[in-house]
Design a protein around this ligand. Structure first.
Ligand SMILES: Cc1cc2nc3c(=O)[nH]c(=O)nc-3n(C[C@H](O)[C@H](O)[C@H](O)COP(=O)(O)OP(=O)(O)OC[C@H]3O[C@@H](n4cnc5c(N)ncnc54)[C@H](O)[C@@H]3O)c2cc1C
Length: 260
């Protein structure tokens, strides 16, 4: 017997009404092991949340799009964004796991979340249809009583996007990773967005480095600002000294690449 109730709404309005009763089910790859704790699931597959479009210079990605479909979007998504979808998980998982699922369940070692932070991703959430910066959503998702549905992710197309990681093997998740996006001056916010990952419950943005790069562009100072962030970031995978030093090396490499 199925231990939980199963709903498959046909419209967004129906899905929103059900949110108080259960949790959204996308690819199910993270949710399935937790099935014993869940009273009901709301299967999102008939809601048509797998769109991918460019409006002016903004990319809109449906939350239900699988990671493999993102890899396949050769002429639409920045190369570094497609590449981190490959690093996120193997082929079988990529064909099931969705962008919305990563945003709600990815941790600090997620290459995709790190790049989305650097891209200033914004989530469109229901009920309400509001747009929430990913940097805020990563905090809110931890709060009890967060009953929202992500319908899409909005990204500004960057001038350039670079990403590097250090992991124990090429297929492993990063111990340290960094992503930097460069946006046109006329866009709101800092022209460079810096995100670090490889540690903790979610990747982080380094606004101090962004502000230095907008000001005098002092690479040494920006690298130091990033290195400082992980000065106490030790865990089973890496000592704080190793992680902090490696962060400095990666960020310097990315900045040299971007600014050359
Ligand atoms: C063998 C295996 C290996 C894995 N390895 C890793 C790994 O190395 N690293 C890692 O981070 N994860 C890993 N995972 C977990 C999982 O694959 C990913 O986190 C995946 O991205 C989840 O996506 P999904 O679409 O399957 O989400 P689901 O499992 O369907 O959902 C995950 C969470 O997100 C919520 N959710 C999903 N979509 C939405 C939405 N649109 N709006 C609001 N909430 C939503 C769900 O309610 C649930 O809480 C692994 C899973 C398996 C089975």
């Amino acid at each position: 017997m199925c231990p939980f109730e199963f709903f498959r709404p046909k419209t967004l309005a129906e899905a929103i009404e059900l949110l108080e009763q259960g949790v959204p089910l996308a690819g199910g790859t993270a949710l399935t092991p937790r099935r014993g704790e869940i009273p009901a699931v709301i299967d999102l597959r008939e809601l048509g949340l797998d769109n991918l479009e460019i409006q002016d210079n903004t990319i809109l990605i449906g939350a239900g799009l699988t990671l493999q479909k993102m890899v396949d979007a050769v002429h639409i998504l920045p190369v570094a964004l497609r590449e981190v979808c490959i690093k996120e998980s193997g082929w079988n998982l990529r064909n099931m796991a969705t962008l919305g699922g990563v945003i709600m369940s990815g941790d600090g070692r997620s290459p995709l979340l790190t790049v989305l932070l650097a891209l200033r991703a914004q989530a469109v959430i229901e009920p309400g249809g509001n747009t929430v910066p990913l940097v805020d959503l990563l905090q809110q998702r931890e709060e009890a009583g967060f009953h929202h549905l992500i319908t899409a992710i909005r990204l500004d197309n960057p001038l350039a996007l670079v990403y590097e990681q250090i992991s124990r093997t090429p297929a492993d998740r990063p111990i340290v990773c960094a992503a930097i996006a460069h946006f046109p001056e006329e866009n709101a916010g800092y022209p460079f967005q810096v995100a670090l990952g490889g540690f903790g419950s979610h990747p982080i943005r380094v606004e101090e480095a962004e502000s230095i790069l907008e000001g005098d562009g002092d690479i040494d100072a920006a690298v130091e600002a990033c290195r400082k962030v992980y000065i106490e970031a030790g865990d089973a995978w890496a000592s704080p000294e190793y992680r902090s030093h490696s962060t400095g090396v990666l960020v310097r490499r990315l900045l040299m690449e971007l600014l050359s």
